[in-house]
Design a protein around this ligand. Structure first.
Ligand code: ZN
Length: 256
């Protein structure tokens, strides 16, 4: 099982080596901004490396939004990030499930379908990630996720399961892999994170699993069980830099 970390985008190859990671994930532009990614000097090196690469789309992307001033640029950003992700040989572009605020969730699911239908395939699959919060979120509660998948499941879209988001979003980690697979039929990536906040808190604050001795509110053994059951590549998005993340990766490897 390949395990790695979300790292600073300046030098992902060095960051991966510092953590003994087999997988690396990073942003290609400011996660809070609308800027397009710039060409990377290390694109070919990333492609040629043994590392499996995942790219995380900016957090502001919300293709479900009823607001066209958010929805339309979100689609464009998803496209340009997928194109840029292809240049580094990425295995997937992770996009948060998004939310519709005070709007109708059914419109959010339809907006997802429209976004994926318009999306030009770059060879890098879009992986929809479950979220911890968001008003009327498309992929926080699994009853919503099931409706989302009824709407987009035929469009060859993948799924990224985040353990912190599930816990803080109010979905129990026990048997969660079976529950997800009953809905999506697949898990393409696991974000194995602890949580600083409690069950169903709606707050998205990742914590270490083991690194720094800070298990947060989420039982690390439960996260390891999710990793074992999912049988997918794993990325820790935890604090503490190379030391904290390196310890989390080592913990997961010891519990496979
Ligand atoms: Zn995540």
């Amino acid at each position: 099982m390949r395990i790695g970390a979300h790292v600073d985008p300046a030098d992902p190859l060095a960051e991966a080596a510092a953590r003994k990671a087999d997988v690396v994930q990073f942003f290609l532009a400011d996660p809070q901004g609308w800027k397009n990614p710039l060409p990377r000097a290390d694109a070919q090196a990333l492609k040629d490396s043994d590392l499996q690469v995942f790219i995380h789309a900016p957090y502001i992307v919300n293709v479900a939004s009823p607001n066209n001033r958010i929805r339309i640029p979100s689609r464009k950003l998803m496209q340009v990030h997928a194109e840029a992700a292809a240049t580094v040989g990425a295995s997937g572009l992770i996009v948060h499930g998004g939310h519709v605020d005070k709007g109708d969730l059914a419109d959010g699911f339809a907006n997802w379908r429209k976004a994926l239908e318009q999306h030009k395939d770059t060879g890098v699959p879009i992986l929809i990630e479950n979220t911890a919060g968001g008003d009327n979120a498309c992929a926080r509660k699994f009853d919503a996720l099931a409706q989302l998948w009824d709407t987009v499941g035929d469009l060859n879209v993948g799924f990224c399961l985040d353990t912190c988001h599930a816990h803080a979003g109010g979905e129990d980690l026990l048997n969660i892999v079976d529950r997800v697979k009953a809905i999506t039929g697949r898990i393409d990536l696991v974000h194995a994170n602890g949580s600083k906040d409690g069950f169903d808190s709606g707050r998205d604050r990742h914590d270490n699993l083991f690194g720094g001795g800070s298990p947060g509110t989420l039982d690390a053994e439960l996260v390891a069980a999710v990793v074992r059951a999912a049988g997918a590549p794993v990325v820790v998005e935890t604090p503490g830099g190379a030391d904290g993340q390196g310890a989390d990766i080592a913990y997961l490897r010891a519990h496979l």
